[in-house]
Design a protein around this ligand. Sequence first.
Ligand code: FPP
Length: 229
Amino acid sequence: MAEIKIPNHVGIIMDGNGRWAKLRNRPRTFGHKKGSDNVDRITTEAFKRGVKTLTLYAFSTENWSRPKEEVDALMGLLEKYFLKFIGKAVKKNVRVCVIGDKKVFSPKLQKVIKDCEDASKKNTGNVLNIAINYGGRQEIVRAVNNLIKKGKKITVESISENLYTTKNGEPDLIIRTGGEYRLSNFLMYQGAYSELYFTDVLWPDFDEKELDKALDEYAKRNRRFGGVK
Ligand code: FPP
């Protein structure tokens, strides 16, 4: 059987938790809980299939405008996720990095994130970036300001080197679940040449089969990076 071309780095916009819950007459927070349970499953399956780096969009800089109850529930789920991960970090050999502005999180969330990053920083296997309070435009502005502060020249390369994801390169594939066809401020700079895959499937229903569909579609794409092939 011919080897299928696997993307090195995949970004996922995990959309549709709220609608998934609404379809079941349950509160939106129930959908986020289901969505959160799906994170481990898809992460494991993607890594099993040969994806090296995953970047998951968990909370955007714009998501603060949601009702307080929903924001609190999401922050609580994230806290639980990192806490659980710390115990498994060594076994998993996955390095976790949170990308986004962490300063505004509760001290407790900041601590579990730091503990998780510290516990996994020597791991040499896969990389899992979780974007929280993340905005692609803000990331670019931050990179440019860092360069100005250091008196460095602004170039395509220097901006790229000052992004949160600098060590992990650019996503080969960005998947968005939940039926919307947009990037919503996710990896705006790094995604310049990413292949995009949109599916109507809501994030809590995005299972191994759906992941395989996305990877199969990626394998068929002809990436030209502006050139001719
Ligand atoms: C979008 O669905 C989803 C989010 C804003 C949050 C994503 C968060 C998780 C999957 C859970 C926590 C994450 C981790 C890493 C443990 P939506 O609420 O916009 O759904 P809707 O479009 O149907 O309303």
